[in-house]
Design a protein around this ligand. Structure first.
Ligand code: BTN
Length: 270
């Protein structure tokens, strides 16, 4: 069992999270699970599904022993007062999910902005950056059965101990570095969950159409030279926003191409 030092940060609190949400939204959740330590909050929700529980639920933990990022990366998850949060959401079987990651990223950035965090940008598909340093990451996982089951995991850095920062292969930042008044973690968690539920509801009804026009104001890659790394090649291209399905548009050898899956790793070329 992880021993948490409560003098370092206020522990996760179900009641503060609930009070930060509208009653309508909170009531849509069948479970709000809070742990000191788990392998991964995404895993907890998949295990809940394996037990036959397929209703909306959230899971938060102070610490993850096997936090996952995209493309099989690890997500460093020390017990330092960061946010490790996952939401399980069942979609009807025929709901298209193209671009869901984009919608969630825009929703999260709007919530962080409302908490006074400035200069936020999105690096396709949904890394949340400030000045090219990663503040938060989003992992959308899906499994299909009678319904389309989605788990959306959000990792948001409040505080990165040096030992953790040294293990991360890319420039990172935290709310402690960015803000003089760091937002209350529980309230922010409640607002993020509320926003995710609202985003999913809008996305289910209308797809990506309400989100695509918002992308350009946050696009960290716009008109920028980037490198695309796949298993067999690395190419340098120029990013050109997203298309109506949320795919990345890029220019290569005077032609526009699109990239719709996030298995390719993207880096700034300079
Ligand atoms: C990424 O940028 O690569 C995505 C990172 C997602 C991390 C979060 S932390 C909560 C949830 N549980 C996990 O194991 N991963 C996600």
């Amino acid at each position: 069992m992880t021993v948490l030092d409560p003098t370092l940060f206020a522990p996760l609190s179900k009641s503060i999270i609930r009070d930060a949400m509208s009653a309508d939204c909170y009531q849509q959740l069948d479970d709000v699970l809070i742990f000191d330590s788990v392998t991964s909050t995404n895993d907890q929700l998949w295990q809940r599904l394996e037990q036959g529980l397929n209703s909306p639920a959230v899971c938060l933990s102070e610490h993850q022993t096997a936090g996952r990022g995209r493309r099989g990366d690890q997500w460093q998850s020390p017990p330092a007062g960061n946010l490790y949060l996952s939401l399980f959401w069942p979609f009807p079987a025929n709901t298209l999910q193209n671009g869901l990651s984009i919608a969630i990223g825009i929703g999260l950035i709007n919530t962080l902005k409302a908490h006074g965090i400035k200069d936020l940008q999105l690096k396709w598909p949904n890394d949340i950056l400030v000045n090219r340093h990663k503040l938060a990451g989003i992992l959308v996982e899906s499994r299909y059965g009678n319904q389309q089951n989605i788990v959306i995991g959000v990792g948001l850095n409040f505080k990165l101990p040096t030992a953790t920062r040294d293990k991360i292969q890319q420039p990172t930042t935290s709310l402690q570095q960015l803000c003089t008044d760091v937002p209350c973690r529980n309230q922010l968690a409640g607002h993020l969950i509320q926003n995710m539920i609202e985003t999913l509801t809008l996305f289910q009804a209308r797809g990506l159409q309400d989100f695509v026009p918002l992308w350009s104001q946050y696009d960290a890659l716009h008109d920028t030279a980037i490198q695309l790394f796949s298993d067999d090649a690395t190419i340098t291209v120029k990013a050109q926003g997203i298309d109506e399905n949320g795919a990345l548009r890029y220019e290569h050898q005077n032609q526009i191409h699109t990239l719709s899956h996030s298995h390719v790793s993207i880096r700034f070329a300079s």
